[in-house]
Ligand binder design. Sequence first.
Ligand code: NAD
Length: 391
Amino acid sequence: MAKILIVLYPDPVTGYPPVYARDSIPVIASYPGGATVPSPKAIDFVPGQLLGSVSGGLGLKDWLESEGHSVVITSDKEGPDSVFERELPDADIVISQPFWPAYLTAERIDKAKNLQLVITAGIGSDHTDLNAANARGITVAEVTYSNSISVAEHTVMQVLVLVRDFVTQHTIAVDGGWNIADAVERSYDLEGMRVGVFAAGRIGRAVIERLAPFGVRLSYTDRFRLPQEYEERYGLTFHESIQDLVKEIDVLTVHAPLTEETRGLLNDELLATMPRGAYIVNPARGAIADRDAIVRALESGHLAGYAGDVWDPQPAPADHPWRTMPHNAMTTHTSGTSLSGQARYAAGTREVLEDWFSGAPIRPEYLIVEGGSYRGTGAHSYAQQPTQAAV
Ligand code: NAD
């Protein structure tokens, strides 16, 4: 029987469960391209309920305990006296979400002598040291596609929020004002703008497909070029590198994983090559951007706005400069953890666990590393020498 350590974000300050705004969520039968939604044998939650916080427990606790496993669920994850650190040494499985990541550094993996499986409930496994996981033969899996559309919707929202300057206008309305001139002095139409997409994986493509009807001019870069028919359908221009991509765009959206290649990529040097007045929306990972370079570019007026929902580290400290820098429309890391997204990644987490306990293979698209090397989605999106085949 296994010990499963689950790290989740804290419950609502007003208590659990919250009062829900709606009584149900739409049933999503499949993902684009025919990829299938999670298919566990059963679920013990009502889709649309809050599952990502401690009391929601991803809907796993009763089932796991009924199977004889021991389960620890905590939000206390930082520092040597945290519950996470104390419970880790004899845990067999660790589960956490990128919104409230349990950072599995090489040092922690070394202490976790029993650890065999790490599940990202969501997408993006950079909070686990993948080299250390490979060295130990630990399996790392995530729930690919579970919240890709959730993030794409948030991205489109933040592009519009920045370009139209929604935050300023909403603040004026809430504050009882009506000065239209102040409200519109930084407000533009998105129509006709040049939008560059950095990494056209599941989220990047969903952003392209959602932005195309706005009448924008789309370009992208990725390690793999998209099929010609797809490029033609969306009028896409391909660039070999992000350096080429950013030179002639008005809006940059960022959808690459955080790897050794992408860490710190949005730095002073790259930002200086973007046209004055460009906007950036980064819902991928905070560390892809150089924190202080972004602040400098906004303060100087070189960038017109920055938005996203990812920070480094998470949770971000109260004095993180991105909370207060000019013309930002940041959210905390929420795009992939809508109640709709939670239902899918909770079901996917259960599917991975069911497969693991029964000895069945985990679907390739959920795999990041296994048996000492990158596999499945990990081989395509994370490996330094990626394989062409997308899964
Ligand atoms: P994906 O695996 O479908 O796509 C990733 C793409 O990045 C692939 O096409 C890959 O070829 C490309 N890529 C990797 N390294 C690159 C590089 N150096 N240069 C150019 N392209 C590169 O993943 P996805 O589902 O689209 O998710 C992308 C990322 O978004 C995740 O890794 C995660 O970090 C982030 N994410 C954030 C949230 C959120 O809530 N904000 C939710 C889900 C995912």
